[in-house]
Design a protein around this ligand. Structure first.
Ligand code: ACO
Length: 317
């Protein structure tokens, strides 16, 4: 398959580190040096569904296809205010689609996992043109009275339209069952028979542990994909990595190799937008004409699970 259109959307409200320091015990110097984040966009007047529709419409418009030519909608979302129906059902009509769809939750690795599914569906003949939409509001799972998680995240949506082609070369998915390193537990209704009632609680994160696992496992996935395809980091033009922490990206770069310029970032502006981070960055790079035909690209992401993933492209236009 190949990508023929991309789109992204972030909320209108920009919140800087200094803004956060007005109500949290934090400061711009700490956040910038420890994470690379300078600002993020937070949902205020719009909701996640508005962002999702906006990103999807932009991607379809860039693809040159009509909405009725999209024959499957794959949505990556960790959580939104609806447990059911899925986000794909909620936005399908507003995007002007009538095709079927499904939702996946593979945390921040959702985009690369969705790419694997789209590739399999296209190869199996189940669909010709697929819209992947990653729409995330991680700021809604954080405890905003604490500084540990709330400073890290931003809201956003990124979308791509895929069709038949030979650009997507390989993918590697990894899952290590370890809930405790990062989780957000939602309270559910209770029954008269319930013996394990959980009230629910905001995001819990073991930051240092997660940092180390993210660097090690992402680097392993990337190296696996490189080795399997008889490539070295010198052959790769771009490493588009999940934007969770600039120091994590640096850690992976030190293992894999290559100059800083090959590891672009948008974390400065948007913080960690979960599974939307890679498609948002890809959209910005394509619109700035930074990616050209023939470029070899690695995409790699990690997240709660612990899950991680990497894939290889040789760009086609
Ligand atoms: N502002 C100011 N000080 C802070 C803040 C803050 N927001 N948060 C922590 N501190 C303090 C700590 O209390 C500690 O103080 P102490 O030395 O007096 O005890 C000090 O800063 C150092 O804290 P550490 O936790 O050691 O800082 P670290 O360098 O590990 O950075 C961070 C913390 C940024 C969370 C890092 O561990 C990290 O990025 N981990 C991975 C996070 C991540 O990737 N999350 C999402 C992954 S999956 C997904 O994308 C959904």
């Amino acid at each position: 398959m190949k990508i023929i259109g991309t789109g992204s959307a972030v909320p209108s409200l920009t919140v800087t580190n200094d803004d956060l320091a007005t109500f949290l015990d934090t400061n711009d110097a700490w956040i910038t040096t420890r994470t690379g984040i300078q600002a993020r966009h937070l949902l205020s007047s719009e909701d996640l569904y508005d962002l999702a529709v906006d990103a999807a419409n932009k991607a379809i418009s860039a693809s040159g296809l009509r909405p009725d030519q999209i024959d499957f909608l794959l949505v990556s979302n960790v959580a939104n205010r609806h447990i059911t129906p899925g986000l794909s059902c909620i936005v399908q009509k507003r995007i002007g689609l009538s095709c079927a769809g499904l939702d996946i939750n593979v945390a921040c690795a959702g985009f690369v996992n969705a790419l694997m599914l789209a590739d399999s569906m296209i190869k199996a003949g189940h669909a010709k043109n697929i819209l992947i939409l990653c729409a995330e509001e991680p700021t809604k799972y954080c405890n905003w009275n604490e500084r540990d998680c709330s400073v890290l995240f931003g809201d956003g949506a990124g979308a791509v339209v895929l069709t038949e082609g030979g650009a997507f070369k390989d993918v590697k998915l990894t899952m290590i069952s370890d809930r405790d390193v990062l989780y957000y537990e939602r309270g559910m209704e209770t029954t008269p028979f319930e013996q394990h009632y959980v009230k629910g609680q905001p995001l819990v994160m073991k930051g240092k542990e997660l940092f180390k696992t993210a660097v090690t496992e992402s680097a392993k996935d990337i190296q696996n994909v490189l080795d399997y395809n008889h490539l070295t980091s010198d052959d790769i033009d771009w490493f588009l990595l999940h934007q969770a922490n600039k120091r994590i990206i640096e850690g992976i770069r030190h293992i894999i190799g290559g100059p800083e310029e090959k590891y672009p970032t948008v974390i400065e502006k948007y913080g960690n937008t979960s599974s939307a981070s890679i498609p948002i960055m890809l959209d910005e790079m394509l619109r700035a004409n930074k990616i050209k035909a023939g470029d070899k690209i690695i995409m790699s992401a990690f997240g709660a699970g612990f899950v991680s993933a990497a894939c290889l492209w040789e760009w086609e236009v």
